[in-house]
Design a protein around this ligand. Sequence first.
Ligand SMILES: Nc1nc2c(c(=O)[nH]1)N[C@H]1C(S)=C(S)[C@@H](COP(=O)(O)OP(=O)(O)OC[C@H]3O[C@@H](n4cnc5c(N)ncnc54)[C@H](O)[C@@H]3O)O[C@H]1N2
Ligand code: MOO
Length: 396
Amino acid sequence: MIGFDEASAILAAVSERTPVETVPIAEAAGRVLAAALTAALDSPRSDVSAMDGYAVRSDDLSALPARLPVDLVSYPGGPGLPPLGPSQCARIFTGAPLPPGADRVIMQEDVEREGDVAVIAGPPGPSPHVRARASDFAAGTELLSAGTRLTPTAIVTAAAADAASLPVHGRPRMIILGTGDELAAPGTARERPRAIPESLSLGVAAMAERWGATCLAIRRLPDEPATLERAAAEALEETDIVVVTGGASVGEKDFAKAMFAPAGLELLFSKVAIKPGKPVWLGRARGRLVLGLPGNPSSAMVTARLFLVPLLLRLSGGDPAEGLRWRPVPLGAALPAGGAREEFVRAAWRDGAAEPLGDQVSGSQRPLANAELLLRRPAGCDATEAGSNVPALWFE
Ligand SMILES: Nc1nc2c(c(=O)[nH]1)N[C@H]1C(S)=C(S)[C@@H](COP(=O)(O)OP(=O)(O)OC[C@H]3O[C@@H](n4cnc5c(N)ncnc54)[C@H](O)[C@@H]3O)O[C@H]1N2
Ligand code: MOO
């Protein structure tokens, strides 16, 4: 059985990417840029004021107090200004262009007005309060490289470059096939004596959408081979990635892999030495990726976070490692020594520390309500004391 890092490396090496499309910048947030973006203009476009105040020539402040007539006014987006002559000043506002000749701005809090004259009594501070032309970036500069995810902050940079539309990878389209005779749509399980609510696909779909995928459909299927094979073939026609839940193990009705056999399933990995989620598998059929998640709900959500999220990032042109940014967090309560498989402990975030949840049973669903973090514990690790740092991921 391979380990988590090995499985992650196999996953990160898949070559599939969604096609590139050009979308209006207003629709590009969250996507991955498919080409480098260069600035169409300088920023700032000219020397501009960083404060509301008065634009002056430093030479005019050699004798204080300086009494300078306010002969000009400069607003952001206002008309161009004539040069500032000796012993003149300009009223100016934050972001407005400095008139030619001015080289610093005095904040209005440091200026007294006597009618049309500005009186500057004290020496100016060290900052000229000027943002120089192109000091942020110059036209033609590469601001974002291909492969950059357009986060809420990066989209501001892209818009500042004066881009109207952006070439980005498509959102990965996903279909979830939930297998199991016992499964019923939530709200209907009580109508059949041995049915249980099909809970998993909703969590998997929500997680995938959060990470940029579009869930085209959730299909709940009985453990019936012919039906499953038909559903597998159909899903492979329609989507970029198929996620199958349940039927991953060795039971007589575990058909998740078998249902893709007529479509020529090639396994990339099957079974990973992790707890929970050992039966997780990844394959390819008819040129589409297929990810199999175990049916136990906690196992399924853990493996969705650890494998589906990086896979969606990869498909959408991004870096799968973006999805696995482990950060050290202090442990709120001691943990016993690790077992034979690498373990991903569900924890809540309480008072600035990760508090391991009491119920770590992979079939449990109630603890998922409070599972905010996954804590990574290597196989065979020593017991960990409260207060020690452990690597953690947000479980969302
Ligand atoms: N002999 C062995 N038995 C099992 C092994 C093993 O190695 N040898 N592995 C165990 C582990 S670990 C896991 S995890 C489970 C995973 O099994 P399956 O993927 O085949 O899952 P199912 O049997 O279909 O279901 C397990 C459990 O989860 C419930 N379930 C399934 N799908 C859903 C859903 N969409 N929503 C809510 N609940 C769901 C299902 O009713 C079962 O209770 O296998 C162990 N067995
Ligand atoms: O891997 Mo299973 O997920 O331990 O229950």
